[in-house]
Design a protein around this ligand. Sequence first.
Ligand SMILES: [Zn+2]
Length: 402
Amino acid sequence: MLKAGPSQEEIRQHNLGTLLRHVHLGGPVSRTVLADRMGLNRSTIMALTSELTSAGLVREELPKETGRAGRPSLVVRPESDRVYVLAFDVAVDRLVAARVGLGGKILDRREAVRARAGADLDDVVEVLAGLARRIHREAAPDSICVGVGAAYCGMIRPGDGMVRFGPNMGWVDQAFGAELGLRLGLGLPVSVGNEAHLGALAEHERGVGIGFANLVYLHGDVGVGGGIIVGGKLLDGDGGYGCELGHMIVNPYNGRPCGCGSRGCLEAEVGEQALLDAAGRASELVGHDGIRAVVDAAGRGDLAAQNALDRIGDWLGIGVANLINLFNPGLVIFGGMLRDIYRGSADQVHRRVAANGLVISREKVQLRTSVLGNDVTLIGAAELAFSEILARPLEVLARTTS
Ligand SMILES: [Zn+2]
């Protein structure tokens, strides 16, 4: 028996989502270019854009300057001020909330300090909900929140946003997604993702990783997280807990103890504490400021800081060489605090990759720092929040506004 293909309606829904995704990720674009990119004829594109326009998701405008004779193709823009998501980022030292418009524009962003005070679910949820209330008060009355996403620095159960393990703050099985959803009281579920998975997706869709189907993202925030994109998709593993690159064992015999209970993990050897200890600065600044102080001192010729970065760079290079041999990525990205560590130890990292990476595996790989800066994981959380409306625009919009 012949298997039934997708119905006309399914194709239409799929095309609406694809078109909205092009406008969301690529910015204002003409109908002609959309027709080219989607391989559809102009009348189909016109029908799709007029549906999205009446739904209030995009608007169409004449281009400002065409420089050409004849009737110009209308430009389709996302309704960035009207349609938005709430995005949250829970890092070790800070809590961030933002309203992010369709198209990826950060419209309002608020930040609070998070004390390193152990299991603090109630505090975290309360602070985030407070920031969100202030953000909501400033939003235009006719604007619509179409999703909520959060990045958390730990291992996250897909589906309900349970934090199974967050080693730096001692979180074990904390119902973060559900609690935040209740406290926000918007009637919308909160999608939660691991911060480094979301950082990888953000760099892949909006950052230095655009156009790379295979990349490795390493994120430093006290510890080290990771996200690996293979064939354009995040490698999430059987339970969603994949890519814990920070807990790859690089130094099992003489290694430093790790927050996960093991010894000699990559994050134990290259994380914040390892660098501060190696530089003899453990009692001074911590967090991103502490890391920057070491990298800056090394740049000014401070020998202890230079030696510390060489040591950390060596371990980082061992980790990167292993990842290159395993995944043959086109790009390795250093984000979060690892941006600064990589800047201060790039020579050492390259030496290790040259010594330990397979020649064929590394012949084309590029090593770069993240371009989305301190908001990389927040931007990833926003993309997670947008994923539903981009998959089924009219259906999700109807549900949100009903
Ligand atoms: Zn570990």
